[in-house]
Design a protein around this ligand. Structure first.
Ligand SMILES: Cc1cc2nc3c(=O)[nH]c(=O)nc-3n(C[C@H](O)[C@H](O)[C@H](O)COP(=O)(O)O)c2cc1C
Length: 390
C-alpha cells in the first residue's frame, strides 16, 4: 500500500498563525462543495495540517442561515477550527467576524479574495475586489480588528490579480500585512486564467521576498509531496496550500506529512483500498448531512476523482455516479476488481477543474479607478448572492 521514492527535502518549521501553531505547514485549500466536515475528517486521518472549511458568505452568517452554520461547524477533535469567509463589504464582514469571535465558533479565519466565477466578478467580488484598494483595506482591516478581540488570527487568500495587465497581489499583500494579517496565501493565477495553464510559482517567490515579515503560503498545482517540496525550494514559502491535488486522494496529506518529516514512504492504494476509503467517505457524508440521500448525492461527484487512472469500466463508473443509497454503493464497489494494484503515473499529476482562460466579467468601468464609487458599491450587493467556488 505504501512505497518508497526519493525522499522529498522539506525542512520547514511549524507554521505560526498568530497564537496558533500548525505542526505540519500544509493547508487543505477551502473548496466549496468539497471541504466539508466529512472530507476534512478523512484528510486529517492521514496527516497533520490546517483544514479549512468551504467558504461561507458573510451575509449568510450574519443572517444565521442554517446552511452557513452547517458549513462552519467542526468536529470536536478539530484542533484548529478554521473557516473561510467571503464578503464584499466591511460592515457585513465585520459583523460576521464579530459573531464568530463572540460565539467562539472558530480559531482561525481566512478571507477569500480569489473567486474567479463570472457571476461574482461581474459585480466586483472575489478576485476583482483587491483592485479597489480602499474596499480591500476596509474589509481586511475590519476583519482583523474584530477578530483580535478574541485573539483569532486572520489570513487572506488571493489570486495574482484580474489579468496580466491588472496585477494586484503585491499591493494587496502589503495592505493586508499593514493591517495585521497572520499569513497571506497566493494562488499563482489571475482571474482571467481561471484554472487553466500553470500556476506562476515565480509570483509566489516574489511575494515571499516582498513581505519578509508575514508567513506566505503558496498555492497552485501541487499534485504530490514532491511538488510541495519543489514549491518550498523554488519559492521559499512558509507553507503550502493544496486544493485539487487531494480530490479523491485524501491520503495525500499522509504523503505530505511523511515528506515534511523526511520520510520517503508514500501511500499507493490499490483498488480494494480505494473502495474502502470512498465508502467510508460516503458514510461520513451521510453522517455530516444527517441524511442518507443527501450524503450519497454528495459522494457522486467524488467518484471520478477517486477512480481517476484506475482501470474501472465506464459502465460501472456510470452506475456509481448515480448511486441512490449506501447499500447499493456497497454492492457496486463489490463489482470492482479488488485485486488491481496502484496504477502509478496514471493517477498522479493534474486532476479536477482545468479549462481555458476566460476574459473576466467586471462591472462597467471597474478598471478605470483603483477606488470604489457609490454606484459600484451598490452593485457589489449582488456579488454576495448565491456563490460558490474560488
Ligand atoms: C471545486 C473547487 C472549489 C473551490 N472553492 C473555493 C473556496 O470556497 N474558497 C477559495 O478561496 N478557493 C476555492 N477554490 C480554489 C482553491 O482553494 C485553490 O486556490 C485552487 O484550486 C488552486 O489550488 P490547486 O491547484 O491546489 O487546486 C476552489 C477550487 C475548486 C477546484
Amino acid at each position: 500500500m505504501t512505497t518508497s521514492t526519493t525522499p522529498a527535502q522539506l525542512s520547514l518549521p511549524p507554521l505560526r498563525l498568530g497564537p496558533l501553531t500548525v505542526d505540519v505547514p500544509v493547508v487543505l485549500a477551502p473548496m466549496a462543495g468539497v471541504t466539508n466536515k466529512a472530507f476534512r475528517r478523512l484528510c486529517r486521518e492521514y496527516g497533520g495540517g490546517l483544514y479549512v472549511t468551504e467558504m461561507v458568505t458573510a451575509r449568510a452568517l450574519v443572517e444565521r442561515r442554517p446552511e452557513s452554520l452547517r458549513i462552519i461547524d467542526h468536529d470536536p477533535d478539530e484542533r484548529i477550527r478554521s473557516i473561510q469567509i467571503y464578503g464584499v463589504d466591511a460592515v457585513n464582514v465585520g459583523k460576521a467576524v464579530r459573531m464568530v469571535a463572540e460565539e467562539g465558533r472558530a480559531d482561525h479565519i481566512d478571507l477569500n479574495f480569489g473567486c474567479p466565477v463570472p457571476k461574482v466578478t461581474k459585480n466586483g467580488g472575489g478576485s476583482a475586489l483587491p483592485w479597489k484598494t480602499d474596499l480591500f483595506e476596509a474589509i481586511v482591516g475590519t476583519a482583523v480588528r474584530e477578530a483580535a478581540r478574541a485573539d483569532i488570527p486572520v489570513t487572506v487568500k488571493m489570486r495574482k490579480g484580474i489579468d496580466d495587465e491588472h496585477i494586484t497581489f503585491l499591493d494587496a499583500a502589503k495592505t493586508a500585512r499593514d493591517h495585521g494579517v497572520a499569513a497571506i496565501a497566493l494562488h499563482g493565477r489571475t482571474a482571467a486564467q481561471h484554472y487553466s495553464g500553470q500556476a506562476d510559482w515565480d509570483a509566489i517567490a516574489e511575494l515571499r521576498e516582498a513581505i519578509p515579515d508575514v508567513p506566505v503560503l503558496g498555492n497552485g498545482d501541487i499534485w504530490s509531496a514532491e511538488d510541495a517540496a519543489r514549491m518550498v525550494e523554488q519559492t521559499g514559502v512558509d507553507g503550502v496550500v493544496i486544493g485539487r491535488g487531494c480530490q479523491g486522494r485524501p491520503w495525500l496529506f499522509g504523503d505530505l506529512q511523511a515528506a515534511f518529516e523526511g520520510r520517503a514512504d508514500r501511500f499507493r492504494p490499490g483498488v480494494a483500498r480505494v473502495a474502502e476509503i470512498i465508502y467510508r467517505h460516503a458514510e461520513m457524508l451521510v453522517e455530516t448531512f444527517g441524511d442518507e440521500h443527501r450524503g450519497v448525492r454528495e459522494i457522486r461527484k467524488h467518484i471520478a476523482w477517486y477512480f481517476k487512472g484506475y482501470p474501472v469500466g465506464g459502465e460501472l463508473r456510470a452506475r456509481m455516479a448515480q448511486v441512490p443509497d449506501l447499500a447499493t454503493f456497497r454492492e457496486l464497489l463489490g463489482e470492482l476488481d479488488l485485486s488491481l494494484p496502484y496504477p502509478g503515473a496514471a493517477v498522479e499529476g493534474p486532476r479536477g477543474r482545468a479549462g481555458s482562460p476566460k476574459r473576466p466579467h467586471l462591472p462597467q468601468g471597474w478598471l478605470d479607478s483603483r477606488t470604489i464609487d457609490d454606484a459600484e458599491r451598490l452593485g457589489l450587493v449582488d456579488a454576495e448572492l448565491d456563490i460558490s467556488g474560488g
